[in-house]
Design a protein around this ligand. Sequence first.
Ligand SMILES: [Zn+2]
Ligand SMILES: [Zn+2]
Ligand SMILES: [Zn+2]
Length: 150
Amino acid sequence: METPANDLRTATDLLRRKGLRSTVQRRAVLDALRSGSHATAAEVEARIEDAEPAGGLSRQGLYNVLDDLTHAGLVRCIEPAGSPARYELRVGDNHHHLVCRGCGRIEDVDCTVGAAPCMDPLDAKGFSLDEAEITWWGLCEVCRKAEAAG
Ligand SMILES: [Zn+2]
Ligand SMILES: [Zn+2]
Ligand SMILES: [Zn+2]
């Protein structure tokens, strides 16, 4: 997997590039997302608390920051059915996801086409389309083995 461009820049650089003020809270959220992709808000919160026990970011404050970063295009939010929203730093590359029905594991997969939308409907019904969100569902290797073992 390619290194996402976001990993090469500091949180402050990322925020400045998007014209966002570099606040402690925004930097803390970006840094928390660096330590693992597809994190839920609860996981982000736990990572921030680990890094900075006195960090003091309320759940609502955290959601506001995640919202700001998502709207600015610094963070991508995916919402697989049956799962809380998950956040990642890998943006702008139209990658897709594999989701395990057994354990909920999520893996990134590169788009074979690259540009979005990578799949056209038979009839666009007059819509101007900019994205086809593709999620493949199945069982990961660990779950498949567990199932085979009974
Ligand atoms: Zn699994
Ligand atoms: Zn992803
Ligand atoms: Zn694709």
